[in-house]
Design a binder for this molecule. Structure first.
Ligand code: LLP
Length: 419
């Protein structure tokens, strides 16, 4: 459920008509609903409350906007970060360092030092090599790094190949059958406090079955490591719960996810950690765009909009579907291809899709764009960086400026040897 609804024929974000924002800020622009964000954060947290001890670290990569992080910090969320930049954002949003989990296969020395100095809650180690490097840095700084070992369970998440992370051929985590040895080895390092295991098998999962298989597998590994004499107090079950992008698609509800976890982990006796991203932010945003023109096509007309693959990369990267809807629909539909202005054919949002009839100058939205939308934007074709707006009831504010080409150009230099 979200708070983007038609009132008197005009699509609103909460109590604000989208044309008001589009006219003031221009298009394309991401618009987030605070009420939707809060609602999703609470639904997920409340569903997990059937479990004895939990910690939720929001996957910052899905939407790192500072205002979004502030809302989630106020809801008691920590942060799952994968770079120094994400860590600084989480800290800037007021998330306590203790609530920050640092994941990722390529943490640099500088990032690990900064994380140790900030006192983050947990490093999710993705290799023995990384663990040994961190141990040395921690000792040098006179600190102890609290860690979990990320294990690759070799389970097929059944999602798009580019967002699967839990198969043996993926770069993430340590191989399942080497994990117990690596855990023992790293436990002997004075700079590390190994306290658990972590996994994350992929994103946009439409079924709980692969998650259950992975959790069951890692539960067995946990028992094996405990039997070898090590304490395991924390188990990080990652993120990955998908959301429906198409009206009518059915996805697991947070309550079903929590019930499955309660069943699988009943005798684990640990604090369970979670790293949800899309399930929290996906529905909280739309990308508002204006139709530049409708161009005649051979089969179907081309609806050329002013948003492009640089603003919303998911269709170009993963053939992802985002519902398209007119902001002031006239009740008619057409079959059309929806494309952006960028000079490559991958700048296509939809082909031969039945959509609201739109004409030059009309406003429209791509829905479910709150996760992996603005965060993946870039300036390809020297287009501006897309701005972001947050709505709260009748109030709204720009929460990320449009960064115009002149600003981007001002960061470039022509060296002396060229003039
Ligand atoms: N934890 C880790 C270690 C992750 O790598 C990810 C996502 C998450 C948590 C959050 O997953 P979520 O709950 O959002 O599914 N750009 C792609 C998605 C990439 C996901 C990467 N990792 C997309 O637009 O579909």
């Amino acid at each position: 459920m979200d708070h983007f609804e038609y009132r008197n024929g005009v699509l609103h974000a909460e109590d604000v008509p989208l044309p008001r924002i589009a006219d003031a800020v221009g298009t394309p622009v991401y618009v987030y609903s605070r009420a939707t964000l809060t609602r999703h954060a609470r639904v997920f947290r409340d569903a997990l409350s059937i479990l004895p001890a939990t910690k939720i670290a929001f996957a910052v990569k899905s939407n790192p906007n500072l205002a979004v992080l502030k809302v989630l910090a106020a809801e008691g969320y920590g942060a799952d970060v994968v770079s120094g930049g994400e860590m600084e954002r989480a800290l800037a949003a007021g998330m306590p360092a203790e609530g920050i989990v640092f994941s990722g296969v390529g943490k640099t020395e500088a990032e690990m030092i900064r994380a140790l100095e900030a006192g983050i809650g947990q490093f999710n180690l993705e290799s023995a090599e990384e663990g040994l490097e961190l141990a040395e840095l921690a000792q040098r700084l006179g600190k102890t790094a609290t860690c979990a070992l990320r294990v690759n369970p070799d389970v097929d998440a059944g999602t798009h190949g580019k967002i699967s992370t839990g198969k043996a051929e993926n770069k993430f985590g340590v191989p399942f059958d080497r994990a117990a040895d690596i855990f023992a080895r790293l436990s002997a390092e004075p700079g590390l406090a190994m306290r658990g295991l972590a996994l994350h098998i992929g994103s946009q999962l439409s079924s709980l079955a692969p998650l259950e298989a992975a959790f069951t597998k890692i539960g067995g590994l946990m028992r094996e490591i405990r039997a070898a004499g090590h304490a395991i107090t924390h188990m990080d079950l990652g993120g990955g719960v998908g959301v429906p992008y198409k009206a009518g698609d059915v996805f697991p509800q947070p309550e079903e996810y929590a019930a499955m976890i309660a069943r699988v982990t009943a005798d684990w006796g640990v604090t369970l950690m979670f790293e949800p991203g899309r399930v929290i932010t996906g529905n909280t945003g739309v990308l508002v765009t204006r139709v530049v023109r409708v161009k005649e096509g051979v089969g179907h007309p081309w609806v050329v909009v002013d948003a492009a693959m640089n603003d919303l990369a998911r269709p170009a990267l993963y053939d992802a579907w985002h519902d398209f809807a007119a902001v002031t629909p006239n009740g008619q539909t057409i079959t059309a291809n929806i494309v952006g202005p960028i000079c490559e054919s991958s700048d296509t949002f939809a082909m031969a899709r039945d959509i609201d009839e739109v004409a030059r100058g009309d406003l429209a939205v791509f829905r479910t764009a709150g996760a992996y939308g603005a965060t993946m934007a870039n300036t390809y074709n020297s287009r501006p960086m897309v701005p972001e707006v947050m709505v709260d009831g009748e109030r709204w504010a720009v929460v990320a400026d449009r960064i115009v080409p002149a600003t981007i150009l001002s960061a470039e230099r022509v060296p002396d040897f060229l003039v």
